[in-house]
Design a protein around this ligand. Structure first.
Ligand SMILES: [Zn+2]
Length: 491
């Protein structure tokens, strides 16, 4: 009986299973024996750390137990079984079954001979000693790869890995922009790419679109989740909190440095998602529980401590108050402050100058340049299609199809170029529709909080003894976070 086995370790200087098979058969033929069966395991590790089962090996064991064969032919002991304990087990099993002869690498051993047993035992010990460093090297390879910023393990959704055709070595990990098709339940077919889905989910979550809406849109289009099933909120949440998408390498839950792959989203968008999803107000939106728009965003103008919501006086009809949490330096009726701050912020978002200023802040941005270039390239492509359609080289139908796709892509890139410098949470919130957009946010308090926090630094000042002046600008120290210092709001 012959047994051949290959190891996954390419660097190991062992013979291939094909070579082992030829050598083993040659030994059998040379000796004029009859071949009682050949057992080959390909790409299986026989070391004691291996987890894969080896069916052919099991068959061999069965044959030995059944008393088949007179000689076990193997090329080298490490090829048969590296585990010392298993070696001893097979040896004893062979002795019991009366299979006394092992032909190892052309040398015949008799298991009944104590000298031969010692030689085989020595080979098994040596094989085990050789197997352990291999496993150690595999582990070191994983840690080393993490440290060097190389990806390993499961591929992050949205990327693909490019390998060298010859050496199979990893060349790079890049955004997976391959166009795929998804079919909705009603038969509507839409196109998407893995990278596009990731970018889209980030952009939406950063703008404050609820995870449930993102989930419904993806499932509605029939786009399979990374696991091939339907999307769940938890998956989208995990995705937009994954630092791998800003090109960071995570190892055992910690960011350990830059990866060798490019970011799929910009850091502004990533951190906006983190802030929105980890905002405490988002986790307290259970029914019946009030969510306070400005708690911990507005600070005390006297001691700089946080302003938090409190019950006020239960017996009066005062309602809720925002007050300095530490020393009660200043307090205001919640509805006054909520109303004033929202009105001021929405007015600022509505100003045409605000949008212009924010866009101008990112004038030389690389992303903006890239998006503009891409929009330009697509416009040129669209022109080519038009020419081909005019000369009759493409049909009207294929032109219409190309035009539809390209126009959408151009719009997408132009929008990206326009919005690249604008904080993600403000995208789509600027200009004449600001008030309507704000109203549409409804009880998405986390989004409103993120917008307010992004645009202004607000401190509450004490009312002053005996002041009968109604609540207004004089009670606030207000600084816009964008624009020249001169734009500080005093009115
Ligand atoms: Zn205070």
């Amino acid at each position: 009986m012959r047994y051949q086995r290959a190891s996954q370790d390419r660097k190991q200087q062992g013979k291939s299973v094909g070579d082992q098979d030829k050598l083993n058969l040659a030994e059998i033929t040379k000796r004029g024996w009859a071949d009682a069966g050949s057992f080959t395991d390909n790409d299986r590790s026989a070391s004691r750390h291996a987890t894969k089962d080896r069916p052919e090996f099991e068959l061999l064991i069965e044959q030995i137990k059944a008393g088949k064969g007179d000689v076990l032919v193997i090329w080298e002991i490490s090829r048969k079984e590296r585990d010392l304990a298993v070696y001893v087990k097979i040896r004893d099993m062979c002795t019991e079954a009366g299979l006394y002869f092992w032909l190892v690498g052309g040398v015949l051993f008799d298991l009944r001979d104590k000298n031969d047993r010692m030689m085989l035992g020595f080979q098994a010990v040596q094989a085990e000693w050789l197997a352990d460093p291999i496993r150690d090297n595999v582990l070191r390879g994983i840690v080393g790869a993490a440290e060097a910023g190389r990806p390993h393990g499961r591929l992050t959704y949205g990327y693909r890995r490019v390998y060298d055709q010859g050496t199979k070595a990893l060349l790079r990990q890049e955004p997976d922009t391959e166009i795929r098709k998804a079919t909705a339940a009603d038969g509507t077919v839409t196109e998407y790419s893995y990278a596009g889905i990731v970018r889209d989910s980030f952009a939406k979550v950063a703008r404050g679109v609820p995870l449930i809406t993102v989930e419904n849109e993806l499932n509605g289009r029939g786009i399979p989740s990374p696991r091939g099933s339907t999307w769940r909120r938890s998956m989208i949440r995990k995705q937009v909190l994954n630092p791998a998408y800003i090109g960071k390498r995570v190892f055992r839950g910690e960011v350990i440095g830059d990866g060798i792959w490019p970011a799929l989203v910009d850091e502004d968008t990533y951190w906006a998602c983190v802030r929105l999803l980890e905002d405490p107000s988002r986790t307290t939106t259970r029914a019946g529980r009030a969510v306070h728009l400005l708690s911990y965003i507005v600070r005390c103008g006297v001691c700089d401590g946080p302003i938090a919501s409190s019950h006020g006086n239960h017996r009066s009809r005062e309602g809720r108050l925002y007050s300095c949490l530490r020393k009660r330096c200043a307090a205001v009726k919640s509805e006054f402050l909520d109303e004033y701050v929202q009105r001021t912020v929405v007015a600022w978002l509505s100003l045409p100058e605000t949008g212009e200023m924010l866009s101008a802040l990112s004038g030389g941005d690389e992303q903006v340049a890239h998006a503009r270039a891409e929009a330009g390239r697509l416009r040129a492509e669209l022109e080519d299609w038009r020419r081909l359609a005019e000369t009759g080289d493409v049909t009207a139908i294929s032109f219409a199809r190309a035009e539809k796709g390209l126009t959408a892509q151009i719009a997408d890139h132009e929008e990206r170029a326009q919005e690249a410098g604008i904080p993600p949470v403000l995208r789509g919130m600027l200009g004449e529709h600001a008030a309507r957009k704000w109203a549409e946010l409804g009880d998405e308090v986390a989004v409103k909080r993120e917008i307010i926090r992004t645009v202004a630094e607000i401190r509450l000042l004490p009312a002053g003894k005996g002041s009968r002046q109604p609540f207004g600008a004089h009670r606030l120290d207000w600084k816009w976070r964008f624009g020249p210092e001169a734009e500080e709001n005093g009115a």
